[in-house]
Design a protein around this ligand. Structure first.
Ligand code: ACO
Length: 209
């Protein structure tokens, strides 16, 4: 076990409803598969290229194996694989990966939210809760994220929670079969007076539910 795992974060209320973030579960299989298959066109332009075809990679039968490997990484202290819920219903994932301890105390954060509830503040609230968890119980000093310059919605999320742009990573990640440039953004704990969630609340983007 490592600090901050398992986790139950929130609730924060946004335009779309009440957002909570929690450790993934074996019984997320059906919701995960349904949303991932239905929203392929919405998700695929921004995600790493996989080896098997999309439908095969997101069949309901894939989840138990994926769940176990993510949970094992979590138990080793390398990852925080979490589900985002809106009004108690699975609607996406928030993942903190490559957790490095020692003198770096750093990780990356990534996320997706089902298309139907986009634009209602869900991802922004989930990322804020995740960052506060990383800088609090998990004990990290720096969290970074990478995003394609064309991904305006995700860039808006990163801006709203206070990420700072550090540079452009040329041909960084294989997305839809080609190595694509990504912007690198980051935040260190010194840049968060109070909490990220508090800052969202003060900006009128969320309320403590
Ligand atoms: N141009 C400019 N702004 C846009 C656009 C656009 N085309 N589309 C949406 N936005 C803005 C919205 O207006 C909103 O900002 P506002 O609150 O100031 O109006 C913001 O983007 C979205 O904020 P949220 O509502 O909090 O985010 P949402 O719950 O809709 O989720 C997400 C955004 C996660 C990017 C979702 O669209 C998604 O899952 N996309 C596919 C997967 C993906 O791109 N994941 C992120 C990869 S990068 C990474 O993980 C670091």
């Amino acid at each position: 076990r490592h600090p901050g795992w398992p986790a139950e974060l929130g609730p924060l209320r946004v335009a779309g409803g009440v957002v909570t973030v929690r450790s993934i579960r074996l019984r997320d299989a059906a919701a995960w598969s349904r949303l991932r298959l239905r929203d392929r066109a919405h998700l695929e332009p921004w995600e790493p290229t996989g080896e098997a075809p999309w439908d095969m990679r997101h069949h309901i039968s894939v989840w138990p194996g994926l769940y176990r490997s993510l949970r094992s990484e979590a138990h080793k202290g390398l990852m925080l694989p979490m589900a985002i819920e809106l009004d108690g219903r699975f609607c996406g994932q928030l993942t903190v990966g490559n957790i490095v301890r020692g003198a770096l105390r750093s990780a990356w954060i990534g996320y997706w939210v089902e298309k139907e509830v986009n634009g209602l503040g869900v991802a922004t609230a989930a990322v804020a809760l995740g960052l506060d968890h990383c800088f609090g119980p998990v004990g990290l000093h720096r969290v970074e994220a990478t995003v394609r310059p064309e991904n305006e919605a995700s860039r808006a999320v990163l801006r709203k929670v206070g990420f700072r742009e550090e540079g452009l990573l040329k041909r960084y990640l294989d997305v839809q079969g080609r190595f694509r440039d990504h912007l690198l953004v980051a935040m260190t704990v010194e840049e968060v007076p109070g909490s990220v969630s508090d800052r969202l609340v003060r900006a009128g983007r969320a309320t403590w539910s």
